[in-house]
Ligand binder design. Sequence first.
Ligand code: GLA
Length: 436
Amino acid sequence: MKLLLLLALTSVLSGAAFGLDNGLMRTPPMGWLAWERFRCDIDCDNDPMNCISERLFTDMADWLVKDGWRDLGYVYVNIDDCWSSMERDKQGRLQADPKRFPSGIHKLARYMHDRGLKLGIYGDMGTLTCGGYPGTPLDKIELDAQTFADWEVDMLKYDGCYSNSSEQEKGYPLMSKALNATGRPIGYSCSWPAYQGGLPPKVNYTQLGEICNLWRNYGDIQDSWDSVLAIADWFFANQDTLAPAAGPGRWNDPDMLVVGDFGLSTDQSRSQMALWAIMAAPLFMSNDLRFISNDARAILQNKVVIAINQDPMGVQGRRIVKEKNGIEVFLRPLSNKASALVFFSRRNDMPYRYQTSLKKLNYTAGSYKLFEVYTNRATLLKDSTDFVVSVNPTGVVMFYVSAPADTNLRHFHSDGKLQGPSSYEGEDNSLPGVFL
Ligand code: GLA
């Protein structure tokens, strides 16, 4: 409990510094982002389905609606690099590549809005974007912010290639001001800290929280388990710096979800989703929603994991146990005195039977309801009762843990909704992977 109290207190104290005052992203933003999966494929002649074009974004929008993603909260459809023409227009404004975006960005934004979605766009604070397209250096910031607002764009990712640290110091706050000055609420994703580096990172997180809604802290994610693990490891190694910086309206961003692509097994996909939920990370999928497997879809659409990620208290969770045997335990305090627990295995031999108790994990005395999010099984457990979780290699077992006082009042049902009073009668108390 001491730990829970400490975590809650840290969040209340750090909550005293208000996030970017645009009222946006009170919970981590969710949606789809083109980069990891579709990169800078501009070859629409030979690869029309996959090139960066308005068709790719309208396709994804259609699937977000058709397949239930939007209704679960995945509402942003975000363009990344390589969308623009190599030249600005006669008035000096950025313009979309006319061949690949013949209807223009404003129409694309309307397409999203008509469907209850939002459009995100990408810019860069240097002379060029990372992919070599026109950037938005200091003298272009106000003009480009206004152009994005005129197009009715809802979010900007502002990258940092081809800029130096003194330009960044001026540019990131200036873009924040310029976006606010347009009067249009535009979510602001800053890549600034990813360009500052250092261990511990030499980043002013208080300032970031004041000017950005989210920020990329670290390197780019790739479609591999190595990459996912390296990113998670970096975030948890630096949790004492990072966690206090997060809260409603201001989030650390460990980069996109690659669940549904080629590099992760089912267990690893569950692990990425679980750890991103613990971290209160933005959930931007970068995958092909037209061809996604049922397995990946079920993981990304898991309502309880999403509810944990979207918890309104907005406290970023932490690693609380790091065993020499390769088992790690993560905890995120949630509203209604609930919490999320993740048991993760870095092992590569076989499922590991890890024995612990809630008491050993610093929970206060009482009996708790544990709901295993990937199997939809629930059980009641006293803090002092030892239990065993069987964690697959590179996999997780993840629980939503209700507060003791709440166990008879509210709990998750198998459809993932938080339900009112109900009894546990008839529930299956045997959790696969959990031996009481
Ligand atoms: C950087 C960013 C990526 C992506 C590319 C685009 O590497 O970190 O997320 O936006 O640029 O070129």
